[in-house]
Write a protein that binds this ligand. Structure first.
Ligand SMILES: Cc1cc2nc3c(=O)[nH]c(=O)nc-3n(C[C@H](O)[C@H](O)[C@H](O)COP(=O)(O)O)c2cc1C
Length: 240
């Protein structure tokens, strides 16, 4: 039996891989803050998708100077935290590692919504690093919330654009629980209770946070993002 190979396809495929090899790798910096682990999970899933492509990824966790403990151990500390975050009180953060100051093509900035705002550590990050780390690359925010993210998204973009960043549409992830149970559940969880284990409440609030399906979607989003970054870089670096 004789096989006839489509030679033009083989040549163009090889040229594609040779170009990819010669091209400098796309460099992506992922900065995230996560108090109760949800944004961390989203970042993990997203980066798994990204890493299916030959891209360079550095993941940096933003750490408050004074560690914040979740849950807040009681109703009053939770209410206090909510008020502080509503007033956009900054939470001082530890310095970023040297790797964050290298050159990146893209920055992913992930974190939770707190009292309709970006969280205190993310606000500090933009104050301190908006004009250097975040200003040079295309920034894509990832927002983890129970459902009310609009003001957060608007303020975050406004802050980032002040530092002349190019900001892409945010990837928004809401807890897949209907209201009012989501608000009640997040509040009780933050105060140190376990609504998902409560006899009657668990029917309406079976789980805190994002679902396995959402994390899987994020892996796909990461892969699509990686592919887009590469094709953009190929277009930018192609002569003419
Ligand atoms: C102090 C506090 C305030 C919050 N305020 C909001 C809010 O205004 N809107 C919302 O949708 N979710 C709000 N949430 C829920 C978080 O955004 C949500 O649980 C998120 O998934 C947490 O992400 P993390 O685990 O990465 O910290 C709040 C949570 C906390 C602890």
């Amino acid at each position: 039996m004789v096989f006839i190979f489509p030679i033009d396809r083989i040549v163009s495929r090889n040229i594609f891989f040779i170009t990819l090899e010669r091209m400098q790798k796309v460099r992506i910096l992922i900065l995230y803050y996560s108090l109760s682990g949800q944004s961390r999970g989203l970042v993990k899933s997203f980066s798994e998708g990204l890493k299916t492509f030959p891209v360079h990824v550095h993941i940096e966790q933003i750490k408050p100077q004074k560690p914040l403990i979740f849950p807040f151990k009681g109703i009053m500390p939770t209410l206090k935290m909510m008020l502080q975050t509503f007033l956009r009180v900054r939470i001082p953060i530890q310095p970023l590692s040297n790797q964050c100051f290298e050159t990146y093509d893209h920055v992913i900035l992930a974190g939770p919504t707190w009292s309709y705002n970006p969280s205190g550590p993310i606000l500090s990050l933009i104050d301190e690093y908006g004009s250097n780390v975040l200003a040079k690359a295309v920034v894509t925010p990832i927002i983890s919330c129970r459902g009310y993210y609009r003001l957060h998204d608007y303020l975050l973009r406004k802050q980032l654009l002040k530092h002349s960043s190019r900001v892409e549409p945010s990837l928004i992830y809401k807890h897949p629980i209907s209201e009012p149970w989501s608000t009640l559940g997040v509040f009780l969880k933050s105060a140190g209770y376990h609504p998902e284990r409560n006899g009657w409440l668990k029917k309406y609030y079976p789980r805190f946070g994002h679902s396995a399906e959402q994390f899987a979607t994020l892996t796909e989003a990461g892969a699509t993002y990686g592919a887009n970054c590469i094709s953009r870089k190929l277009t930018d670096s192609s002569p003419g």
